[in-house]
Design a binder for this molecule. Structure first.
Ligand SMILES: CCCCCCCC/C=C\CCCCCCCC(=O)N[C@@H](CO)[C@H](O)/C=C/CCCCCCCCCCCCC
Ligand SMILES: [Ca+2]
Ligand SMILES: [Zn+2]
Length: 266
């Protein structure tokens, strides 16, 4: 049992040289770059509060759980232990499950599902089964998790096919662009390590950490906005950027221009 906590007991090892900067931290830059989770999560918690208050306070769980993803990611890269790997991957799986439960559009529910409550039960059952299956071939877990992004992309494409709202489309393209950059870094670290070693630049996985957290902030705000437009249209949801709305870079969030329940669709 103690073996699962042992340093380097995971079969996964990222491109960054081990023990290069510290004898206690296996992958120093990968560990430190996970700090980004602790920066973005509280900001997103704060920015999404008005939407969460109106829609469902469970929305806050997304960014609370992202703090744990960051914590487990740090622990994983610090030790490269099997326990670290499983905590890192399973926490991502449960955040995804929560996002699907909260935001997956009703009209894409399978025909045998009648409401969001039954959909949440189905997601819970699938997540429990996936959690147990993740111990069968742990090296495949990260690849399986990345497949969710493909499904999210597909669902967004279906959802936004007929959308003409410039702000929504801009946010969708920014989310996709960030994810493409992020996944390129992740794959490049996995399969292009010898190249990066020759370049003496083995930091692609650390850069992935930074990009995927920002991509998650963008994509989750986008799906939350689409959800708000459908589920709480009377609140007149709108998209803005923090810290300044007119800056071309920033964190997106939802403002509610009204909270009185007079029906108006966006
Ligand atoms: C209707 C659903 C809407 C979903 C909105 C977005 C939900 C994002 C959910 C999870 C956040 C993922 C956080 C990633 C943490 C990375 C930690 C990490 O680096 N772990 C690695 C080991 O250290 C591990 O190898 C990585 C595994 C792959 C993780 C794949 C995560 C999928 C992220 C999906 C992002 C959506 C972007 C959509 C773009 C349009
Ligand atoms: Ca390494
Ligand atoms: Zn990582």
């Amino acid at each position: 049992m103690a073996g699962v906590f042992a340093y380097e007991s995971s079969e996964v090892d990222w491109c960054e040289d081990n023990y290069k900067h510290s004898e206690n931290v296996v992958e120093y830059f990968n560990t430190m770059s996970s700090f980004i989770f602790f920066v973005i999560s509280p900001i997103m918690l704060y920015l999404l509060h008005p939407y969460a208050k109106e829609r469902n306070l469970a929305v806050h769980l997304v960014w609370i759980m992202m703090v744990f993803v960051g914590l487990f990611s740090m622990y994983f890269h610090m030790t490269l232990s099997f326990m670290g790997q499983m905590l890192d991957e399973l926490s991502i799986l449960w955040v995804l499950a929560l996002c699907y439960s909260l935001w997956f559009p009703r009209r894409h529910f399978p025909s045998f599902i009648k409401d969001r409550k039954s959909f949440c039960h189905m997601v819970l059952i699938i997540t429990v089964i996936s959690t147990l299956s993740s111990f069968v071939k742990p090296t495949a877990n990260a690849y399986a998790l990345n497949c969710f992004a493909i499904h999210i992309l597909y669902s967004l494409f279906v959802e936004l096919r007929s959308c003409t709202d410039e702000r929504v489309l801009r946010l969708a393209w920014a989310s996709i662009g960030l994810w493409v950059l992020a996944i390129s870094c992740w794959i490049s670290d996995r399969i292009g390590c010898s190249f990066w070693q020759k370049m003496n630049f083995c930091y692609m996985h650390g850069i992935w950490h930074i990009l995927i957290v920002v991509a998650t902030a963008y994509a989750s705000t986008l799906v939350a906005y689409l959800d708000a437009s459908l589920e709480i249209p009377y609140s007149l949801p709108d998209l803005q950027y923090w810290p300044r709305n007119n800056w071309s870079i920033g964190l997106p969030y939802i403002v509610l221009k009204s909270t009185t329940k007079t029906q108006k669709r966006c």
